[in-house]
Design a protein around this ligand. Structure first.
Ligand SMILES: Cc1ncc(COP(=O)(O)O)c(C=O)c1O
Length: 323
């Protein structure tokens, strides 16, 4: 055992709490590494993956040389897999609005082969009948890294990850300055995560995850969702249940939203695109292409109140009415 150090400069004082709701899972530095560890442990040879997904989830498959079978989605986010034959399947709880589809997928396909990707659905509880459920807390919470997989399989760790200095710098820059000044650090940190491994999450990230105020974050999100849905559901092609606990509010419109995005950026409102990465894998005019080109993903997290959202709603409605 390492001898205790006495004296010298101070370290962070973060309490050893146990708030993290998925503590009984296995914790890695990212969702993609959690996925990698599972696939490696289970010696998976072939898997069904949605064409509509970010490239980062393909990294573990490439590294392990796994045979990838792509599938499309119908307009209700159901997988279309006519030739399913008991293989592993990854299903994404898209934007956190697909809890009901997750239940259907677990019933319809071989539950012990189904992996649910809740990276966009941090507050959706795991479906314990399936093989594994993946979380990516970074997308919901201010932590430098983290990816949890809940499974009854016994996964292993190869070592312990060290907190990325780029990820830390991004958090500090955003706190002390603004999103733009930290963005390059954030981008580099995201790129680093492509090096998938079975290393355990860093000590700092896990301590932070155990110290978040999850119930108040969720309450704010739920309130924000209700507000956005009541303001925008009449123009939203997607049906967003108010019982969902989404990453953001997906607003699918009947036109390409790139002009509207520019208008939002002029007002310093930054919305993500999910996912440019997938364009080469999907058909034009498909449901998935509408999710890329015709959908706006409005932030609704704990940082925002109804006044912030009202400003966004007014810009969108003004643009929509002029269209
Ligand atoms: C649905 C989905 N799954 C997994 C990931 C990967 O998460 P992480 O960055 O924690 O590896 C992402 C984002 O990149 C995602 O959108």
């Amino acid at each position: 055992m390492e001898m205790k150090e006495t004296g010298g400069y101070f370290e962070f004082d973060i309490k050893e709490n146990d708030n993290y709701p998925y503590a009984d899972g296995f914790h890695y530095k990212s969702a993609r590494s959690a996925f990698y560890s599972f696939l490696k442990n289970e010696n998976v040879k072939k898997i069904y993956i949605p064409s509509y997904i970010c490239d980062s989830m393909l990294k573990p498959l490439e590294k392990l040389n796994i045979d990838i079978k792509l599938y499309s989605l119908d307009e209700n986010f159901n997988p279309i897999i006519p030739d399913y034959n008991n293989e592993h399947i990854l299903y994404v709880n898209y934007f956190g609005i697909c809890d009901a589809v997750v239940e259907q997928v677990v019933l319809k396909y071989s539950a012990e082969r189904v992996i649910i990707d809740n990276s966009q659905a941090f507050f959706s509880k795991p479906m314990l009948q399936c093989a594994a459920i993946i979380y990516s807390p970074r997308k919901f919470l201010p932590v430098p890294e983290g990816g949890t997989i809940v499974t009854s399989k016994k996964l292993i760790y190869s070592g312990q990850s060290k907190t990325s200095i780029n990820a830390l710098s991004a958090l500090v820059k955003r706190f002390e300055e603004n999103a733009q000044s930290g963005y390059e650090y954030f981008r580099k940190a995201s790129e680093e995560l492509n090096k998938v491994s079975c290393d355990k999450i860093s000590k700092l990230s896990f301590y932070l995850l155990n110290n978040m105020d999850y119930s108040s974050y969720l309450a704010i999100r739920e309130n924000n969702l209700k507000y956005l849905n009541s303001s925008l559901k009449s123009i939203n092609i997607l049906n967003v249940s108010e019982n969902s606990k989404p990453l953001c509010y997906p607003l699918m419109l009947k036109f390409n939203v790139s002009e509207l995005k520019k208008k939002l950026i002029e007002n310093k409102i930054y919305v993500a695109t999910y996912w440019d990465d997938a364009i080469s894998r999907i058909r034009s005019n498909s449901f998935e292409s509408k999710l890329i080109f015709d959908t706006l993903y409005i932030p609704l997290d704990q940082r925002y109140n109804l006044d912030d959202l009202d400003k966004i709603v007014k810009i969108i409605k003004g643009f929509y009415d002029e269209k």
